[in-house]
Write a protein that binds this ligand. Structure first.
Ligand code: FE2
Length: 354
C-alpha cells in the first residue's frame, strides 16, 4: 500500500532548439515589458545576444552575478532594478545567475524568466542559498521559484566536455537521491528514473561529440527532470557529505558531487531496495554504485577527492563533520563505514560492493 504527499511546483517550461526566439512573447505573456537581463561577467556576451533578441523589452543588463549569491551583489542589482524600473528579470546562465534572479524575486516578487546554460537545475527549485559575511543561509520559499524556464538546447552545444560531464553527474545526483528521499512520491520517482536513464545514456555521447543536438537534447531533458526532483523532495547522505567536503576543503562543487555519488549510493543500497531497483533499470546494471563509478570513469571525470585538492589528513575531520547534525538518510550513519566511504572516495577506489 502506498501513502504519500505530492505538491506540484507551478512553472512554465519551454524546451527545444532555437527557443530563445520565444523570449519576447514570454515577457509579454507575463504582462511585462521591462526585463532586467542578468548574467555573470563571463557570460555578458550571451546576455547581450538575448537583449538584442528581445529588443524594446530589455530594460538593461546587470552582469555582476557571482558564485554563492553574495548579498552585496544582490544589493547592487536591486539598485539597478529600481533605477531602470524593471518589471521582471531574465537570468541567462548557471546557478550563480539564476540565484541572483531568485534573490531579487525574494525582495521584490518580480516575475523571473530563466534561461539555463548548464545542467545544475536551480531554475526548477524554490530554494535560494545566499551568503553574507562568509556565512551561507539557505531557504525554501515559493517566492523564489521562477515563473518561466526556457531551455534552449543550442546554448548547451558549447558547454565544454569536462564541464558537461561533471555538471551532468551533479544533476544526476538529485534524481538518484530523490528515489530514496524521506518524502519521495510516485510522480517524482517516475521523473527521477527517467532522468537518470536519459543522462546516463546521453552523457557519454555528449562528451564524445558535444555538438550533436540529439544527445544534447537528451542530456538537457534529463537535467530538467533532475531539477524538478531537487525542487520537490529532500536530499540525503550524498548531499550532506558533499556540503561537508566542499565547505571544509573548498573543493569544486560539481567534481565533488561526481566523485562522492557512487559511494553514497552504494552505502545506501542495502537500505533502499526500491530505489536501487529503479537505478538498476535506469543504468542497465545490477550494482548502481559501481555503474555510476564506471560512468564517471567513462566520461573522463575525476574519481578521487585527492585529485581535486582534498588533503589525506582531512579524512578524519570530514568523518567527524559528516556525523554532526546528519540529514535524514535511509541507512543509519555509522562512523566506521563513513570513514571507509570517504577513504575510498579520497583514493579513487570503486565503492564497496553492497
Ligand atoms: Fe546538489
Amino acid at each position: 500500500m502506498k501513502s504519500f504527499t505530492y505538491t506540484g511546483q507551478p512553472a512554465r517550461v519551454i524546451f527545444g532548439s532555437g527557443t530563445l526566439s520565444r523570449l519576447a512573447a514570454e515577457i509579454e505573456r507575463l504582462g511585462c515589458g521591462r526585463a532586467l537581463v542578468l548574467s555573470t561577467p563571463e557570460q555578458a556576451d550571451h546576455a547581450r545576444e538575448v537583449m538584442s533578441r528581445i529588443g524594446g523589452a530589455a530594460a538593461g543588463l546587470f552582469d555582476g552575478a557571482a558564485m554563492h549569491t553574495p548579498v552585496s551583489v544582490t544589493e547592487k542589482a536591486m539598485k539597478t532594478v529600481a533605477d531602470l524600473g524593471a518589471d521582471c528579470t531574465l537570468a541567462i546562465g548557471g546557478g550563480s545567475t539564476i540565484g541572483l534572479g531568485k534573490a531579487i524575486a525574494l525582495r521584490t516578487d518580480l516575475p523571473q524568466i530563466c534561461v539555463p546554460t548548464t545542467y545544475a537545475g536551480s531554475e526548477m527549485t524554490p530554494i535560494l542559498g545566499e551568503t553574507a559575511n562568509g556565512v551561507k543561509k539557505t531557504q525554501r520559499t515559493l517566492k523564489v521559484l521562477p515563473e518561466v524556464v526556457v531551455y534552449d538546447v543550442d546554448l548547451t552545444l558549447s558547454l565544454p566536455p569536462a564541464l558537461s560531464a561533471t555538471s551532468g553527474m551533479n544533476a544526476l545526483a538529485h534524481a538518484a537521491e530523490a528515489l530514496y528521499a524521506e518524502d519521495r512520491n510516485p510522480v517524482i520517482s517516475l521523473m527521477a528514473e527517467e532522468a537518470v536513464s536519459a543522462l546516463a545514456r546521453a552523457l557519454p555521447d555528449v562528451v564524445a561529440d558535444g555538438s550533436n543536438r540529439a544527445t544534447r537534447s537528451d542530456a538537457l531533458y534529463g537535467a530538467w527532470l533532475c531539477g524538478v526532483c531537487l525542487g520537490s523532495v529532500g536530499m540525503a547522505l550524498h548531499h550532506k557529505l558533499c556540503h561537508v567536503l566542499g565547505g571544509t576543503f573548498d573543493l569544486p562543487h560539481a567534481q565533488t558531487h561526481t566523485i562522492v555519488l557512487p559511494h553514497a549510493i552504494a552505502y545506501n543500497a542495502p537500505a533502499a531496495p526500491e530505489a536501487m531497483a529503479a537505478l538498476s533499470r535506469a543504468l542497465g546494471a545490477d550494482e548502481p554504485g559501481r555503474a555510476l563509478f564506471d560512468l564517471a570513469g567513462g566520461l573522463g571525470a575525476p574519481r578521487a577527492l585527492r585529485d581535486i585538492g582534498m588533503p589525506e589528513d582531512g579524512i578524519a575531520r570530514a568523518v567527524d563533520l559528516a556525523l554532526e547534525n546528519p540529514y535524514w538518510n535511509p541507512r543509519r550513519i555509522e562512523r566506521d563505514t563513513i570513514h571507509e566511504l570517504i577513504t575510498r572516495a579520497w583514493a579513487g577506489e570503486p565503492p564497496e560492493a553492497g
